[in-house]
Write a protein that binds this ligand. Structure first.
Ligand code: RRO
Length: 345
């Protein structure tokens, strides 16, 4: 199994694609996997069966590229399609790209059924992936709120998921990394509450923060209409405009997870891996995310606009910044943001 890279990364980038970006078909996944400098890839959030998603126009980029809005509505080719593609690559190799499948069932039962499929002995899919990203934060599903904004519901959900993961995985002595994809939070005490909730369930060892900022509205004043049409034009906001929110969420969760007062079980005392996402366009942005405590980052809107070549450019820029500052590895500055006070509230 390929391990998640968290140490020195010159030569091995700390970069992933954000789920949903250039990763919905085998062709696009193959380009990311074989031609990009991403260290790991994640497929489009999947449901048990194919979904065509919301009607067009459902994605828009601002002319200067700093803002995107989407209401894709979870279009995907169904979980088996993505698992078959990972299986077609053969077993993961040591030092190879890290493989993640993103799941976004509309119900807990959907998610449990996809987990059952991953561990179904007929296919053995679990052997061909390294991680599962549980997307608890899709903003664009009519009639479905964002689960990770309802902490009591998320608590019950994680409890049920963890129980099934143990039941299915234990006979195989096989560990996948389980990542929770979170929405942005806006109050410092929410970071503490979310971290405390996640810490109760030791199988979840990583978070990806943030998904797009939900329910933004972008208007074209000439036509006097919304730039996307589903859900009355409301959609998830991405692009560099969301970077300050994303940085705050990485920092807030990093401080919350590393707060010695946070209740933990002994089995859960290990480090929580933080994947930072939101508005990254350059090596300087990656540097800032790592300074806030990110172990890895994922690139969304910039990958949509620039294509998979963005990983090599961004990594080169990061290396140049590190060289200028005399840093030889990411551990030299990870989490070491200088602030007057390291408490959250
Ligand atoms: O497909 C989408 O509409 C979508 C998803 Br699943 C998500 O997690 N985040 C987003 O901005 N769009």
């Amino acid at each position: 199994m390929t391990t998640l890279i968290t140490s020195s990364l010159i030569g091995q980038t700390p970069l992933l694609n954000a789920s949903g970006c250039k990763c919905d078909t085998k062709t696009k996944l193959t380009v990311l996997y074989t031609e990009s400098l991403a260290s790991g890839i994640c497929s489009k959030s999947a449901t048990p069966k194919h979904r065509s998603g919301n009607p067009d126009p459902r994605y828009w980029e601002s002319p200067d590229g700093d803002l995107t809005i989407n209401s894709m509505g979870l279009p995907n080719l169904g979980i088996e399609y993505y698992l078959d593609w990972y299986k077609s690559l053969g077993h993961p190799e040591k030092g190879g790209k890290w493989r993640c499948v993103s799941l976004a069932g509309l119900t807990l039962e959907d998610n449990l059924s996809m987990l059952d499929l991953i561990y179904n002995p007929l296919h053995g899919y679990y052997q061909y992936i390294d991680a599962i990203e549980w997307n608890l934060s899709c903003p664009n599903l009519s009639g479905h709120g964002i689960l990770a904004y309802d902490l009591p519901a998320m608590d019950t959900y994680l409890q049920r998921l963890e129980a099934r993961i143990h039941q299915l995985a234990t006979p195989y002595h096989h560990t996948l990394t389980h990542i929770l994809k979170l929405p942005p939070y806006f109050e410092p005490h929410h970071f503490t509450q979310v971290a405390a909730c996640i810490r109760k369930y030791p199988v979840f060892t990583a978070v990806n923060t943030v998904n797009s900022i939900p329910n933004g509205l972008v208007i074209d004043p000439i036509t006097e209409t919304t730039v996307i049409h589903p859900k009355n034009g409301f959609g998830g906001i991405g692009g560099s405009v969301i970077k300050p929110t994303a940085l705050a969420n990485v920092r807030g969760l990093y401080l919350a997870f590393n707060n010695p007062d946070l209740p933990m079980t002994t089995s859960n005392s290990r480090k929580m891996i933080i994947i930072g996402t939101g508005g990254i366009t350059s090596g300087l942005d990656v540097f800032e995310f790592i300074l806030c405590g990110a172990d890895l980052v994922s690139i969304g809107s910039q990958l949509m606009m620039e294509g998979p070549g963005c990983f090599a450019r961004i990594n080169q820029e990061l290396c140049e910044i590190m060289q200028e500052k005399g840093y030889t590895g990411l551990e030299d500055f990870r989490g070491k943001l200088k602030t007057a006070d390291s408490r959250l509230n």
